[in-house]
Design a protein around this ligand. Sequence first.
Ligand SMILES: O=P(O)(O)OC[C@H]1O[C@H](O[C@H]2O[C@H](CO)[C@@H](O)[C@H](O)[C@H]2O)[C@H](O)[C@@H](O)[C@@H]1O
Length: 273
Amino acid sequence: MQPEQDLAGSPVTMLPSAQAPEPAPPPVRELAVPPPIDVAGDALFLDFDGTLTVIRPRPDQVVVGIQMRRCVMRARTALSGRMAIVSGRSVAVINSLLSIDGIAVAGIHGLERRDAKGVWTRTAPTTGMAAARPEVEALVTSRPRLQMEDKGLSIALHYRGAPELRTFAEDAIGAIAGRHDLLLQAGSMVLEIREKGPDKASALTAFMAEAPFAGARPIFVGDDLTDEVAFEAAAVHGGFGILVGQPRPTAARYRLANVDAVQAWLTALEPAA
Ligand SMILES: O=P(O)(O)OC[C@H]1O[C@H](O[C@H]2O[C@H](CO)[C@@H](O)[C@H](O)[C@H]2O)[C@H](O)[C@@H](O)[C@@H]1O
């Protein structure tokens, strides 16, 4: 190996990359189980997939358990309506899967929102998304084990059924996002191209500016990487996040192990004094 010269002119021996020291991974904090919900002062923001429902091989296989639905309804009543679902799914899909009349929902990661009074806010679709759509269709035609989920304001490319295609999918969808000026967002074995605009953090912030959420302490419960910004937003508003799943570097303050633990935590909510 030839020594190279550093800026001061001294010879510097370059290590082959195999010998270069790996940066230490960030330490993973062990998080405590969250305290009970305070029904007098808390507002609850719930992610959907992986939080209220167990992850399934395909998005259309998901169902909400009867008991979980009851828990969510009971919590909403106990919190005097200070509850919203904040999901990557569309509001329409949340409505049909959860089927709770009038519940506040932010869908497609915040790009659409129906508030507690039933008022809608929706990001306008761009021509970029329209131009990207046939390109994603062609991609999935070329690799049928990838799955396309068209949500209008975003298109998800799922590789849960073909994990070995992850790098291919990242490169291909990344190029499409770049060509059409769309955001690329990674989730749980999914890559999404989406319109620019609100995310889960801004959705939480928007709810917190309105009745009946204003003045409450926000708690955001979620499992996915896309929930991290909402954990941070909850903290900014004086609350905290609860990570669902395995420990990982996170902005959440507490952790629940899985969907069953979320249900148990919701079931144990304290009645108002
Ligand atoms: O924000 P969320 O409510 O957690 O939604 C995130 C995405 O969830 C769905 O995909 C994920 O769940 C599927 C069903 O369990 C699973 O098959 C997929 O691999 C996961 O990524 C949903 O299909 C997406 O649209 C949401 O963005």
